[in-house]
Design a protein. Structure first.
Length: 384
């Protein structure tokens, strides 16, 4: 019995599912990255080692899934592929599950005839992202506890402490409001407004929090977040290294599949997640097509460090450009890992500094008002 026959026997192809278990999936369907990896890795193994078509692979994976949403998405992908839709386009119908970056990686793999490698790379990319957020969450655990404690203290201050001191501050606010420190006036205003409209304020805070989370998960939100990461020095290095590594890896893979260098670089630019940067990366392919050397174009683009330029030059001289680009990608990945390790080590300190500043401001606002009242009454006692 062949391997393909064995797999077919274990995971029967086709949409043999219980109609009662069907669920509606579409634009707003979301599958967590960890669960998505469980879909893509076996699909990649089937496509790569068994020469099974992608639609059969997704049908096969779907038959083994317990989650009805994941199963229905797999069946939908398989059906779309059989209808002649490219896998990247089929995934694009689920934007909350498959980001534009993921669909671009799949499209590049399809162009280069390396669909299995592309699926594996997407799975690895999602795993790295999940591990990254887990590392960030672990590093931020204690600072976040301090941050929550700070907000709890702020809430207790404006709802319990300030109301008791309001009578002390009211005389000064009526007779000489200019003597009251700005911080104390702000704290009094927050206390009065929250106590008067606490239901509206709490509901608005919850709505804004949920809206922000949804926005960050959207394409526009991810664009905004990526741009923000490029403006912060401590995250800019990590972000740029990750983008460069992915771009170089795709370009090398496409060249290995006999794509011309100009076309390989143009297709690889699809994997760049930030629109402004993607436009600059897209200029590389046409310039190479005009007759400029890869080394010259990469240097003139000002997107790559000297080490990458050196690898590209070695690739042109030796005739092994694909190998050199993949080595350059590994180098950029190592640089990103080092920068990320430094960032995660420093993250607790940054967050604690942020919280400390607000705690000091809160304490100052409270006691500055008390000192101002004391000075006011001392002045009245000395000059009745």
């Amino acid at each position: 019995m062949s391997l393909q026959s064995a797999i077919i026997g274990v995971f029967p192809f086709g949409e043999s599912r219980n109609q009662d278990e069907q669920v509606e999936v579409g634009e707003f369907t979301y599958i967590p990255p960890s669960r998505l990896v469980e879909i893509l890795e076996p699909a990649a193994s089937m496509v790569g080692s068994s020469r099974i078509s992608p639609d059969e692979a997704f049908d096969s994976v779907a038959a083994s899934l317990e989650d009805p949403i994941s199963r229905e998405v797999c069946f939908t992908l398989a059906r779309d592929i059989r209808d002649g839709v490219a896998l990247a386009d089929a995934m694009g119908r689920f934007p909350r599950t498959f980001s534009p970056e993921v669909t671009a990686m799949i499209a590049v793999g399809a162009e280069g005839g390396a669909m299995a490698e592309a699926l594996n790379e997407v799975a690895a990319h999602l795993t790295e992202d999940t591990e990254l957020w887990e590392s960030v969450a672990k590093a931020a655990r204690y600072p976040m506890f301090v941050l929550v404690a700070f907000f709890a203290t702020l809430l207790a201050t404006i709802t319990a402490v300030i109301p008791k001191e309001e009578a002390t501050f009211s005389d000064l606010m009526e007779k000489a409001p200019d003597l009251m420190p700005v911080g104390t006036r702000v704290l009094l205003w927050m206390s009065q407004e929250y106590r008067a409209h606490w239901i509206i304020v709490s509901a608005a805070f919850a709505v804004l929090t949920i809206g922000l989370i949804r926005y960050i998960k959207s394409y526009e939100g991810k664009q905004m977040l990526n741009k923000m990461l490029l403006t912060i020095p401590v995250t800019k290095r990590v972000t740029l290294s990750v983008i460069r590594a992915r771009f170089l890896r795709h370009a090398g893979r496409l060249m290995r599949s006999k794509k011309p260098s100009s076309e390989a670089f143009l297709l690889a630019a699809r994997s760049v997640p930030i629109e402004e940067l993607a436009e600059r990366y897209q200029e590389i392919g046409p310039r190479i097509q005009e007759g400029f050397s890869v080394t010259e174009v990469l240097r003139d683009s000002e997107l790559f460090p000297g080490r990458v330029i050196t690898y590209a030059g070695a690739g042109e001289r030796s005739g092994f450009m694909a190998d050199m680009l993949e080595k350059a990608a590994r180098h950029e990945t190592r640089q990103a890992d080092k920068a990320l390790a430094k960032l995660l080590a420093a993250l607790p300190n940054y967050m604690l500094l942020f919280v400390s500043i607000f705690v000091v401001a809160l304490v100052y606002a409270q006691y500055a008002g008390i000192f101002a009242v004391n000075r006011y009454y001392q002045t009245l006692a000395m000059h009745p």
